[in-house]
Design a protein around this ligand. Structure first.
Ligand code: F6P
Ligand code: MG
Length: 507
């Protein structure tokens, strides 16, 4: 068949050959507006193939790129400095040799990360999560490296490898390279810490001369304000604030009423009203069980506790369960040690030399009350290994069914912060208008799914739950305010419907 018979333009004489062949397609059907094949059907979703395209380190348009290429090596470099400082404080030879070996393993990790090596299995250090990690690597990430694996997995993997540098040692299994930084940032948050302790040290009471309606309204307003305190407490995250001045931290932590009213404008997906409707009915059951899947230690944890204290005192919650991390995680996340440190230093510490006696007493009283809640089983601190894996929460019901069952007994589960939000939403490029329930998949629609509330200041690419006009809003911000997704200036408060009361069946 000649070209002419095939429908191509006749080949011109060699001397006047055009640089390109142009086809005329006027007889073909007109172009259709084809819908992209997203989201993937749930049966085709897996950790390497999220419902919408994953963010990966080599995507220069994504925060993944700066994080994997620059932030993680910087964080690891600081962790090496911290460990060297600790090394220089040791005196026993065995202990020193053991720590030098940890440092050598950190150097290897730095070389692997900077050289973009393939993700190898986690060494069996006898810990509860090794099987989960290695199953996920073997099933979905064989041959993948730090930059081409989905960002969420690669970043979490780096923190598990960092833990491994210590977990295989004899004397340093639980060493936390971020501990000094976490304590230090809380100590530098004096203004905001006392702003809250001076208001909440005394068990809170409503004014006596109020009608029932006025009482209810006062309680609603207080709830909304404290929810915002808890929310914006998330904007001070150490992994982003490596070089922050005290003044900058103060500005981020301002908790005054005017400031909060103004900041509600920055909540781009706002279910605060629905959240209050959910919480206010818990008192009828003589208080509900509320869970917090925690994010950062220090000031954010302190805000979480102030909020939880209000929920208990007002009779809205009869029990609060706090879920922390088993190992040092994403720099500033809460471990058991950070939890104990906060409560004990509030009561016994000398953290704020410039404070006055009244301020210090307010902090001691608050800390003493919180410790009493713990003794009475009203507050319970837990740490399930699943929280420190590379799995997203779409896999919580399948990979940690015991934890799912446990959470399904809660009346409301708060997920704090950016990383938890990334894990709820599979950290992928979903449109900003995607309804929260759709974005969190099984955490909203599996039988027994509890009501989930994400309190997150936006510090990375994924954004959902912005409402019907959300795609336009996101596009406008992309144009007018580059960097709006990583600044922590904007936030979401998103609540799922939940399917509580339905029986949970596991295969
Ligand atoms: O490294 C990026 C990241 O994982 C983002 O999720 C966020 O910028 C930060 O680290 C952690 O934030 P958060 O403490 O709020 O989860
Ligand atoms: Mg964190």
């Amino acid at each position: 068949m000649t070209d002419q018979q095939k429908g191509f333009a006749a080949a011109p004489a060699a001397t006047s050959a055009p640089s390109r062949v142009t086809l005329h397609l006027g007889h073909l059907p007109s172009k259709k507006n084809i819908k992209a094949p997203w989201p993937r059907t749930p049966s085709r979703v897996d950790p390497n193939n999220p419902p919408w395209p994953a963010f990966r380190g080599y995507h220069e348009y994504s925060f993944a790129h700066a994080t994997m290429g620059v932030r993680l090596p910087t964080i690891l470099g600081k962790a090496i400095d911290d460990t060297s400082r600790t090394l220089n404080e040791q005196y026993s030879e065995d202990v020193i040799i053991d720590l030098v070996a940890c440092l050598e393993r950190m150097d290897t990790l730095m070389a692997d990360l900077s050289g973009n090596q393939k993700l190898r299995p986690i060494v069996d250090d006898g810990e509860a999560d090794v099987a989960l990690w290695n199953k996920e690597i073997a099933k979905y990430f064989q041959g993948k490296d730090f930059m081409n694996a989905p960002w969420l997995f690669a970043e979490a993997y780096k923190y598990r490898r960092l833990h491994e540098c210590f977990s295989v040692s004899k004397n340093w299994k639980d060493y936390d390279v971020f501990y000094r930084q976490k304590c230090d940032t809380f100590s530098r948050s004096a203004d905001a810490v006392f702003e809250l302790s001076m208001r909440f040290a005394e068990p809170f009471k409503q004014a006596e001369n109020l009608s029932d309606a006025e009482r209810a309204e006062a309680e609603r307003l207080m709830f909304l304000e404290l929810t915002q305190v808890c929310l914006w407490g998330n904007s001070t995250d150490l992994s982003l604030l490596i070089n922050m001045t005290e003044e900058q931290i103060k500005a981020l932590q301002s908790t005054g009423g005017d400031h909060l009213a103004a900041t509600e404008k920055n909540i781009l997906g706002n279910h605060l009203g629905q959240l209050w409707d959910t919480v206010k009915v818990l008192r009828k059951k003589t208080g509900g069980r509320i869970d917090f899947v925690l994010d950062n230690a220090g000031f954010e944890l302190y805000c979480d506790c102030v909020y939880a204290d209000f929920l208990v005192q007002s009779g809205l919650a009869k029990q609060v369960r706090f879920h922390g991390k088993r190992i040092p995680w994403f720099v500033s996340d809460v471990t058991k040690k950070d939890w104990e440190w906060l409560l004990n230093s509030m009561v016994y510490g000398h953290l704020f030399p410039k404070s006055n006696e009244v301020e210090r007493e307010s902090l001691r009283r608050l800390g003493a009350r919180w410790k009493q809640y713990e003794k009475d089983g009203i507050w319970i601190y837990e740490q399930h290994p699943f929280w420190c894996t590379g799995y997203t929460f779409w896999d919580l019901h399948s990979e940690a069914p015991d934890l799912f069952l446990h959470l399904s007994r809660s009346d409301l589960v708060f997920f704090k912060g950016d990383l938890n939000h990334r894990k709820l939403t599979y950290d992928c490029a979903a449109p900003a208008s995607t309804p929260f329930d759709q974005a969190i998949g099984p955490m909203a629609n599996a039988a027994g799914a509890p009501k989930v509330c994400s309190l997150r200041t936006i510090k990375s690419d994924v954004v959902v739950g912005f409402g019907d006009d959300g795609d336009d809003l996101a596009e406008k911000l992309d144009k007018e305010e580059p960097g709006w997704k990583i600044s922590g200036k904007y936030a979401v408060v998103l609540l799922s419907e939940g399917r509580p009361g339905e029986k949970v069946h596991f295969a």
